[in-house]
Design a protein around this ligand. Structure first.
Ligand code: FAD
Length: 440
């Protein structure tokens, strides 16, 4: 038996654009009093809801409970850029790819996770939040072009389709002549992340109990695990922790998880005149040639810019930091869309990414009948789904080869000792962002 008090619980500040453009959600169901469950999942992001959905398929008659500290969609799951990527996408790599064997396997697994999400989108009528549109990579410099050519070569080796685009073709899509060339890959789903994750929770809530605004403040593991919030206590024989970086808040994987934030801004709706000035297509998503550059999405009459990474070991950011980084978003926006003039951003926000030095996720059984899935290195819309599904399989006793494979993967390695991390991590991020140059 062991006790794990949470040294902090999540408190994402700032309203994300994705959440802000949806109608307000129904009043939350908050966990109160004493409860029992057969399966308890803490964390209702991509990993937690995938685990819940998989369990509801595997053990449909058992009581599955999901608890989240915040509203569903308020955390990282609803404040990301919505690229559900099937292909290798190594943020720390020079050209997004890894070794061929590794990448082939991860493509297969990513696609299984995307299909799992697609079946939920079909079942719960979420198609408008889950669009199989593919993604563009845009290069703003000759160096960016050479990175994309390397990426294309890697895709050719993997037998994966892509289309090379020149500046004119990219302008026809994006309306801007900022990009000198690009690459299109067809397998990415473009999600409205808050819409999708909220719809997923609503669909699941027909068979699964989901409690929101109920931060878990302690876990006591044993024959029956006991999970406490300020107002309640819930016991269950099996516990799945899908709290992403907050695993460390409970004392798990200490000194192995890197807490990084990234930031986005979304414009107010563009008028018809502004949309005509911009030109291009109404819906597209573009990833920079340099992983440290700016991601851009057009969602009908609005545009989103995401860039800048900061190291926040206390797992929080501030309005001041979000405002400061907003200035970087404005610079990137104006460089790409000068025809739109001083465009006000209606929403600015930041969100927590859990990374590890070796880009490994956390997955497995960390204590008797306590399972974990998360820390997906900025790719959690797909990989969180994947490891959430696999955690449910593992917890339900499956010895499928995919589960065994995942168990055999290395976990996150130890971080460098202090003060190397607190000095080195911000410096490294700064240098990588500097190197991105015009791609930022
Ligand atoms: C700006 C931004 C852009 C991004 N873009 C992309 C992208 O385009 N594609 C992509 O794949 N990924 C992207 N990501 C990363 C992606 O959002 C995450 O990888 C993903 O959300 C991880 O899913 P998860 O379910 O593991 O964790 P989370 O989504 O973080 O969910 C964990 C949940 O646990 C809850 N929780 C934590 N502690 C407690 C507690 N004590 N009690 C109860 N609940 C608790 C949290 O409230 C949260 O809801 C982006 C992230 C950001 C911030």
């Amino acid at each position: 038996m062991s006790d794990h008090a949470a040294v902090r619980t999540p408190a994402d500040t700032s309203l994300s654009g994705w959440y802000g453009i949806l109608p307000p959600p129904k009043a939350p169901e908050v966990l109160r009093g004493r409860h029992k469950a057969d399966w308890l999942i803490v964390g209702a992001g991509f990993a937690g809801l995938a685990a819940a959905r998989r369990l509801s398929q595997l053990v449909p008659n058992e009581r599955i409970v999901v608890v989240d500290a915040q509203r569903v969609g308020w955390g990282a799951a609803g404040r990301n850029s919505g690229f559900m990527i099937d292909l290798p996408h190594e943020l720390g790599g020079a050209h997004y790819g890894g070794s061929q064997d590794h990448d082939r396997k991860s493509i297969r697994m990513n696609r299984a996770a995307i299909e799992f999400s697609a079946s939920a989108a079909d079942e719960y009528g979420l198609q408008k939040f889950f669009v199989r549109a593919g993604k563009f990579h845009g290069a703003a410099t000759d160096h960016g072009i050479s990175v994309l050519h390397e990426f294309e070569e890697h895709l050719t080796g993997l037998g994966e389709p892509f289309e090379r685009l020149d500046a004119v073709q990219l302008k026809e899509i994006t309306g801007t002549d900022f990009f000198v060339g690009g690459t299109f890959t067809p397998g990415t789903v473009m999600a409205q992340p808050a819409g999708f994750i909220r719809g997923l929770a609503e669909g699941l809530s027909r068979g699964v109990s989901i409690f929101e605004n109920s931060p878990v403040i302690s876990l006591q593991t044993g024959k029956m695990h006991t999970v406490r919030t300020v107002e309640s206590e819930i016991t269950a024989p099996r516990l799945i922790l899908t709290v992403n970086g907050h695993l460390e808040s409970f004392g798990f994987f200490r000194k192995r998880l890197l807490h990084v934030f990234t930031y986005a801004s979304m414009t107010r709706p563009l008028s018809r005149t502004e949309q005509a000035l911009l030109g291009g297509e109404p819906h597209w998503g573009l990833i920079p040639a340099d992983p440290m550059g700016s991601t851009i999405r057009r969602i009908g009459d609005r545009i989103l810019v995401r860039n800048t990474f900061t190291y926040n070991p206390d797992m929080s950011t501030s309005e001041k930091q979000i405002r400061r980084i907003g200035a970087a978003h404005d610079r990137s926006f104006h460089a790409r869309f000068p025809m739109l003039g001083e465009m006000p951003m209606e929403f600015r926000w930041g969100g927590h990414l859990c990374l590890s030095l070796n880009s490994a996720p956390v997955f497995g059984e960390i204590e008797d009948r306590v399972f974990v899935a998360g820390c997906c290195n900025g790719l959690g819309t797909v990989q969180g789904t994947l490891y959430g599904m696999l955690a449910a399989d593992l917890a339900a006793g499956s010895n499928e080869p995919t589960v065994t494979d995942a168990l055999n993967e290395p976990g996150p390695v130890r971080l460098y000792p202090e003060p190397l991390m607190s000095i080195g991590a911000p410096l490294k991020l700064w240098a990588m962002q500097k190197r991105a140059g015009r791609e930022l």
